[in-house]
Design a protein around this ligand. Sequence first.
Ligand code: HDD
Length: 721
Amino acid sequence: MARDSSKTDNKKLKGETPKKAPKLPVGADSPTSFAEVQGAGGETHQSTNDPALTLTSAQGIPVADGQNSLKAGPRGPTLLEDFQLREKIFHFDHERIPERVVHARGYGAHGVFELTDSLADICRADVLGTVGQQTEVFVRFSTVAGSKGSPDLARDVRGFAVKFYTKEGNWDLVGNNIPVFFIQDAIKFPDLVHSVKEEPDRAFPQAQSAHDNFWDFTSLSPEAWHMVMWQMSDRTIPRSFRTMEGFGVHTFRLLDAEGNSTFVKFHWKPRQGLQSVLWNEAVKVNGADPDFHRRDLWEAIESGDFPVWDLGVQLFREEDAAKLPFDHLDATKLIPEELVPVRIIGAMTLNRNVDNFFANTEQVAFCTANVPPGVDFSDDPLLHGRNFSYLDTQLKRLGGPNFTHIPVNAPRCPVMHFQQDGHMAMTNPKGRANYEPNSWGPEGGPRENPARGTTSFAAPLDGPKQRIRSETFADHYSQARQFYLSQQPIEQKHIGDALTFELSKVVRVDIRARAVSHLLNIDADLAATVANGLGMALPEAAVAARPTIDLPTSDKLSILANGPKDFKGRKMGLLLTDGSSADLFTALTGSLDAEGAVWEVIAPKIGGVTLDDGTAVAAKQKIDGGPSVLYDAVAVLPSAAGAALLAKDAAAKDFCADAFGHCKFIGFSAEAAALFDAARIPEMDAGFVQLAKAKDAKAFVATCRALRFWDRERKVDLDAA
Ligand code: HDD
């Protein structure tokens, strides 16, 4: 379906500014709001049905004047008696809850998971058993290091947390968009996070790993370097949440009814294809639209262009695990898809935006320990630490043990237990028995049920208590090298650029050198490129616990090898002026609509433009509000007079120069030449497509299916010279 977001917004705008007060009760368009917030009884909710829609206090007391506090005389002091003022300010003062200690900035959506391939032969979990069964989900995407208000396009790992509301309780798959992690043991997690967050004395830099502390820590932690390679790749500057993969990271177990175990790793593969932006683009997007990712997801879902991810599993038995070249319990290693193929077993569609951010996205509480019967843990030491940490952090963040009563966290299946009371208890048991077994209810119930209940894999355990890292975790570089060599040349260049950029922000020269010493164990050329970029001599290679071995490369690790096949769901910016060609506009927007793409008009004035046939076209952005970094491709279609005007405008020149510098495909009318000259575009290369006749539009949209015109990058980037 075509999406012209300017139209969507206009419609919304009309809906949001009604001329007359709506007849519906407040909150009626938002089914989760009042009834849920005010409790199961919902009695106080009745006041909202008052046809007069009287404003009330939180106690339901009608308000006569909400604009003025109670004073002794018109200019007199405010009276303590004013309970209305006190209640309003008291509540406001307590609006914030602690932000997440990591993954504070996030964005969520509701959706549905449908199973397409049953795992019933190896797993007793209901959610993985019946083909066609649909399970409600809630997903929260996030960055890791930045605070709640940080920009979306920070270079960072993205969280990819999915809550499945199964018939057997909530299953949380709390993953990232990278299949490996920085550390092997949870005891190092606080140090890792402290090192990447802002430095404690000065409280900056915000949402960046480009500083001394992070590189100090990683350069002292060889195990981090596989993930560092992923982090320095374009995976950490995704174009959209919709164009990211997700990974459960750890090895989990699936258990059948007899308790037999199969190891499993979980993968989310976006049907939208993988896509990222360039670093220079990310820096500018953060200024132009810090909400770039959340806006993108919101708009896609609002317009009905629902993103879909396939759920894949890598399955292997204990005896296969022993033959793998790496320890499947080591979260810094992946299992290449060439060794254990990914079997697609279902699809997740995000189809509903939240109607209240706080209620859903902020209050959602994920925990790796939440698994239904049939899903179990492996002995990954990182996973065991997580199983403690998430529950613990929710107590602090959500204020007490009753956060499962919050609608977004509440299971959708019956909940039967004797836990009681505590802060903000919303669903309270009735009756006399609050223990089990008891003889009050039928058969003293509810009672445990060995047939339905969760069981653990009966792993025989034996071993001395010791603080030790397994020898099988010791090869820190071979998969880092495999990742690097699996990238296409332009992706390798980006990794070199990113490392050079980040280490250039590190002040201490010895930390820079120690970082490069690890690269020497990964790829000598990469190390040389980065050392050259930093203007330093090559150091000695870091001492490696195990020598790096050459592993086969894998296309699955590249973004470009797994990109989108079309321009669907992607966005083109159309720079128009008064007098722009109506024929070209109609042909181009028609082709974009046919492709299922989104387009926005950018114009000198937000009031829009008048085309050469007199048609008035609304603008979505004024030029300085719609820089080309916000678009996947651009069409520059001014009239001759318009081009002459724009040639004097810095924002219009930046629009063209950035589109060129970011290797975007650029459609243009002949009249645009004057603007390109003013923008000092050195060469109209093959990434430029002239739109002379209406039929050129279709060909231009087809050209844009490729992500970028990468041939240009080598010519526009000094680092590559
Ligand atoms: Fe974590 C949040 C993913 C290791 C402790 N983590 C959090 C979120 C995601 C991940 C997606 C955000 C959830 C949300 O949207 O609410 N974390 C991961 C992955 C890891 C990982 C993929 C490695 C494989 N995490 C990890 C370790 C620990 C934590 C080793 C602690 C020992 N993570 C937390 C936390 C957070 C969290 C402090 C902050 C907020 C929250 O849990 O609910 O407990």
